[in-house]
Design a binder for this molecule. Structure first.
Ligand code: UD1
Length: 345
């Protein structure tokens, strides 16, 4: 058995898939989650896949003492993968203090505890949202592209958290960090035992697509068809959540085992942009299900087009997205069907 890793937000979408890949790689995982946006039943799904039930603590990371108690209960936590955060862009505009307190204080508490418990490395979930709309010459966007003023408090928490980590390490803190900037994570584990479970009406494209295919939503609206893109719809870099989860394992190995800079940043995407229309066509092709959709006005705050240059992740981290998009879209549909079979959706 390798080291013990604390996965915050481990019952969430990306956290649960990463827990599976960490366990597959031999790590011992302890999950903390306040279950504000996920269910404890996710532990059953993880156990069904790997045969190992991860340790779980229902803890709110804003609570310093409760967080410290986790380090005391599980001695020898060597690394942290920090997913736990609020992530709804619109809600963050309405409740900025909730977002700042939740997303910033949680990270600060973890960083403060790391040296005391000899915890060496933290992998932080950041987002391509930090690039805003890159200029044409900066597409595909590299890690060195300028950071642009965030369009929402949510986006700002990602930027500020990156800076908090960098400032803390530059101050001489005895820790290392890998910051992963994700593009758009989608899909579900091929077993359909874990996946994405949005609360209420989904804001993100793929859950809306699968719920429409299931008949839960009447029609998908494509937000805007007058963008400066080949088919007029927005372009994103959709990355399979299982591939993304594996990037965290690579990042953890790197932080704990390799002689590297104390802070490193990697884009995690496929390197290819797909338009919203291409995603819909791809979904129909992959599943044989016809989707009802129509064009609607642009959504406020949407970026026109962004996709990643992932050379650094490929060459330095030694990680590459490998799953074909049809397979990814089929996995999202299989998960939606599993939810129906289980009577959840
Ligand atoms: C959003 C967040 C981003 C966050 C990411 C997490 C915004 C502005 N950005 O990214 O900060 O990190 O989620 O996954 O909210 N679309 C439709 N119809 C729909 C839903 C989406 O046409 O019903 C389109 C959107 O206009 C967009 C694309 O699908 O062009 C992807 O949308 P979404 O899944 O919400 O992701 P982002 O907006 O890229």
């Amino acid at each position: 058995m390798k080291e013990t890793i604390l996965v915050t937000g481990g019952t969430g979408f990306i956290g649960s898939h990463t827990t599976v890949e960490l366990q597959n790689a031999g790590y011992n995982v302890v999950i903390v989650d306040n279950l504000s946006n996920s269910s404890v039943d996710v532990l059953d799904g993880i156990e069904k896949i790997t045969g190992i039930r991860p340790a779980f603590e229902k803890v709110d990371l804003r609570d310093f003492d409760a967080t410290e108690a986790v380090f005391q209960k599980y001695p020898g936590i060597k690394g942290i993968i920090h997913f736990a955060a609020s992530k709804a862009v619109g809600e963050s505009v309405e409740k900025p203090l909730l977002y700042y307190r939740n997303n910033l204080v949680s990270l600060i508490n973890l960083l403060e505890l790391m040296p005391k418990y000899d915890c060496k490395g933290i992998i932080f979930s950041s987002s391509c949202t930090v690039y805003g709309q890159p200029s044409a010459e900066n597409l595909p966007v590299t890690e060195n592209a300028p950071i642009q003023k965030a369009l929402s408090p949510y986006g700002n928490t990602k930027q500020v958290n990156e800076e908090i980590i960098q400032d803390y390490i530059h101050s001489g803190a005895p820790i290392k960090s890998v910051i992963l900037r994700y593009f758009n994570p989608i899909g579900a584990h091929p077993s359909a035992f874990i996946g994405e479970l949005p609360n209420g009406v989904p804001m993100n494209l793929i859950p809306f697509v699968t719920q429409t295919a299931m008949g839960i939503r009447k029609e998908l609206k494509i937000f805007g068809n007058d963008y400066n893109t080949p088919d007029g719809t927005c372009i994103r870099d959709y990355i399979y959540v299982v591939d993304l989860a594996k990037a965290h394992v690579k990042a953890m190995e790197r932080v704990l085992e390799k002689e590297t800079d104390a802070v490193e940043i990697f884009n995690i995407g496929t390197g290819t942009g797909l338009s919203t229309l291409e995603v819909i066509q791809g979904f129909e092709k992959a599943t044989g299900v016809k989707l009802p959709w129509s064009y609607a006005p642009r959504r406020e705050g949407d970026i026109e087009k962004v996709w990643g240059n992932v050379d650094k992740a490929n060459n330095v981290l030694g990680w590459k997205a490998e799953t074909p998009v049809e397979e990814v879209l089929a996995s999202a549909w299989k998960w939606q069907q599993a939810l129906r079979e289980r009577g959840i959706m």
